[in-house]
Design a protein around this ligand. Sequence first.
Ligand SMILES: *[C@@H]1O[C@H](CO)[C@@H](O)[C@H](O)[C@H]1NC(C)=O
Ligand SMILES: *[C@@H]1O[C@H](CO)[C@@H](O)[C@H](O)[C@H]1NC(C)=O
Ligand SMILES: *[C@@H]1O[C@H](CO)[C@@H](O)[C@H](O)[C@H]1NC(C)=O
Ligand SMILES: *[C@@H]1O[C@H](CO)[C@@H](O)[C@H](O)[C@H]1NC(C)=O
Length: 323
Amino acid sequence: MKLLLCLSMLFISSLPSSYSCNSKDENTLLQIKKHFNNPDLLSTWSPATDCCTSWTGIECTNGRVTLLSMSKDNNLVGHIPDQIGDLLELQSLEMSYMNLTGNIPRTITKLKHLDFIFLKWNRLSGPIPDYISELKNVTFMDLSYNKFTGPVPGWLTQMPKLQTFQIDNNSLTGPIPNSFGSFADSVPNLFLKNNKLSGKIPESLSKIDFQAVVLAGNSFTGDGSMFFGGNKRTVQVDLSRNKFEFDLSKVKFGKSMALLDLSHNRIFGKLPRELTELPLQRFNISYNRLCGKIPRGGKLQTFKSYEFAHNRCLCGSPLKKAC
Ligand SMILES: *[C@@H]1O[C@H](CO)[C@@H](O)[C@H](O)[C@H]1NC(C)=O
Ligand SMILES: *[C@@H]1O[C@H](CO)[C@@H](O)[C@H](O)[C@H]1NC(C)=O
Ligand SMILES: *[C@@H]1O[C@H](CO)[C@@H](O)[C@H](O)[C@H]1NC(C)=O
Ligand SMILES: *[C@@H]1O[C@H](CO)[C@@H](O)[C@H](O)[C@H]1NC(C)=O
């Protein structure tokens, strides 16, 4: 009995060691710690313990580091360390709320398994580097709340698995790239809110079935109707606070449209009757140039009058103005 217990304990204690932290990965992490001047946030990163089981923000598969998450409002200063590129099995990289400066280092292209990139709420700057397009396994990229400048990267179409690209509150300029009319394998959700984007949306985007497009708070002009279409599966369109100018009467909506914000534009025409057939959860058409009777039914009358306010001549419930 005693022997059995002893043996099983031996067996159990030998389990973790067969998957203990890869020594190259451990060294890389210790270099990253040093790069940030040994901050309190990384006090658990000590050679005395196993990086896979005892270090904050680290996860491993078979002893290789697959996740690095430094997501604390801890005011770490400096650049993203080049050594990141030596964590060769990394799948998820998170360095958010950290006040990091500089750009994303080229060494990131060594991370062939990278799937998730979360770098939001830093002070990263410069154009989004085109070598990011070499990361063919990335599905999710969030660069929101940084200081990136330059264009919206046209090469997003070359990232075959991309599902979400988020870059709210940066300083990107210029138009939506023409290449966005040719997403092939995977059409990503686009969150480009609060940048300095402008120009007309390429007509070719009418072919693309986005699930979510958020362009709020830019200076886009002209037609925005290409984001809609009777056969599309689009759930969210937010074009608010731009200078879009198109006839809403002619727009056909897909059956899944639930979050629709067109407020603060120059949209004219009437509200299509079909709006009463949509599973709307959010709806805002205030501050446009719309006219005519608000169709009755569906979810439309559940929204507040201020969500219809400041149009040219809309009338009917929920507005007080009778037709
Ligand atoms: C980021 O760094 C700047 C300058 O070092 C500092 O003024 C600011 O308070 C920091 N922000 C945060 C959220 O810690
Ligand atoms: C993507 O990941 C898979 C499995 O993790 C890997 O086999 C493949 O080489 C990666 N693709 C690229 C282009 O790096
Ligand atoms: C994001 O951008 C909007 C519009 O420019 C601005 O009002 C808002 O304060 C920004 N948010 C942050 C957290 O900087
Ligand atoms: C709709 O837009 C108006 C005017 O900007 C704003 O007051 C209201 O909060 C918005 N509603 C929603 C649900 O976003």
